[in-house]
Design a protein around this ligand. Structure first.
Ligand SMILES: C[S@@+](CC[C@H](N)C(=O)[O-])C[C@H]1O[C@@H](n2cnc3c(N)ncnc32)[C@H](O)[C@@H]1O
Length: 270
C-alpha cells in the first residue's frame, strides 16, 4: 500500500510535469503569480503545504544555529519559515520569476537578512555547507543527488517532501493525512558517519559492515568474537554485543564512548 501511494505520488508529479506546458504563470514583475503545476527545469512548481513545511523543519530539529538550503525553493516558503525561526537559510531556484517572488515574500516577512535566494541549477550548486537540506523534487532527482548528500558532514539532516531515496531508508517519516490534503508526507535522513571496515581496540579489533545508517559487525576481544547489529545517528554510534550496550562518537579516525557500566572504549581506524 505504501509502495502504491508512493508510485501514485511520483506519477502525479510526473503528469504535472508533462501537463505543465498548458499551465502558465499569470502576471509579470511585482504582479507575478505562479500556478501550481507550472513548468520548472527538472521539476514543476508545486508548493509544499505550510503545515508540512513546519513539520519538515521540526523533524530536522531546526535551531537558530542551522544553515538551511532548500533545493528548488519555489516561492521561498521553506527558507522564509526557517529564517522566521531564527536560522540562516538559502533557496536555490532555477526560475528567475520565482526567485524574485521569494525575495519579495522574504522582505514582506522582514527576514530578508536571513533568507536569501539565488537563481541557479541545483545540479551545479554547492550545498555542502548546509546543516539542513530540504527538498520537494522527484525520486530520480533525489537518487542523483544522493551520492553528494552521503558525502555531506555526518549529522546533516535531509528532509524531503513525499519522495524517498531508494534503499537508503528514512530515519523518520511523518504523514499529516488528517490535516492536509496533498503532498502531506515528509521523510528525514541523518547523514551517517562512515565507519565501514576494521578498527583497532586496546585489546582486540572491531569490524563494521555499513549500509547507510545500519551496521552489523564483529567485536573480537579477550579471545572472544561477538556479532552485533547497530545504528548510526550522524556521528553517534550504538550497538549491542553480547550483554554489553556500546555507545560512542565517531570523530574521523577514532571512535570513543562507553559501554555498559560506564566503562570507556576507544577504536582507531586500521
Ligand atoms: C515541487 S517545487 C517545490 C518548491 C518548494 N521547495 C516548496 O517545497 O514549496 C520544485 C521547485 O524546483 C525548481 N526546480 C526545478 N528544477 C530545478 C533545478 N534544476 N535547479 C533549481 N531549481 C529547480 C522548480 O522551479 C520548482 O520551484
Amino acid at each position: 500500500m505504501k509502495r502504491f501511494s508512493f508510485i501514485l505520488f511520483a506519477i502525479t508529479l510526473y503528469l504535472l510535469s508533462s501537463l505543465a506546458g498548458g499551465l502558465t504563470q499569470t502576471g509579470t514583475g511585482e504582479n507575478y503569480v505562479p500556478q501550481s503545476g507550472q513548468a520548472g527545469k527538472d521539476v514543476v512548481w508545486v508548493p509544499t503545504p505550510q503545515k508540512l513545511v513546519d513539520t519538515m523543519l521540526n523533524m530536522a530539529k531546526l535551531t537558530p544555529s542551522d544553515y538551511v538550503i532548500d533545493l528548488g525553493s519555489g516561492d521561498g516558503r521553506t527558507v522564509i519559515t526557517a529564517a522566521k525561526r531564527g536560522a540562516t537559510a538559502l533557496g536555490i531556484e532555477y526560475n528567475s520569476d520565482l526567485v524574485e517572488l521569494a525575495k519579495r515574500n522574504a522582505a514582506k516577512e522582514k527576514v530578508n537578512a536571513k533568507a536569501t535566494f539565488i537563481e541557479a541549477d541545483i545540479f551545479e550548486s554547492d550545498f555542502s555547507k548546509a546543516t539542513i537540506v530540504t527538498m520537494f523534487l522527484l525520486p530520480h532527482i533525489n537518487m542523483e543527488l544522493r551520492p553528494k548528500i552521503l558525502n555531506m558532514k555526518p549529522g546533516t539532516r535531509i528532509v524531503s517532501n513525499s519522495f524517498d531515496m531508494g534503499d537508503w531508508t528514512p530515519d523518520q517519516t511523518i504523514n499529516l493525512a488528517e490535516e492536509c490534503s496533498d503532498w502531506c508526507t515528509a521523510h528525514l535522513w541523518i547523514v551517517p558517519a562512515k565507519v565501514n571496515g576494521t578498527w583497532k581496540l586496546n585489546n582486540g579489533k572491531i569490524t563494521f559492515q555499513q549500509e547507510f545508517q545500519n551496521i552489523t559487525g564483529t567485536l573480537t576481544a579477550n579471545g572472544q568474537t561477538l556479532k552485533f547489529t547497530g545504528k548510526l545517528d550522524g556521528n553517534n554510534i550504538s550497538f549491542s554485543a553480547g550483554n554489553a550496550k556500546y555507545t560512542g562518537t565517531v570523530n574521523d579516525n577514532t571512535i570513543s564512548g562507553t559501554y555498559t557500566g560506564g566503562k570507556s572504549w576507544k577504536a582507531v581506524r586500521n
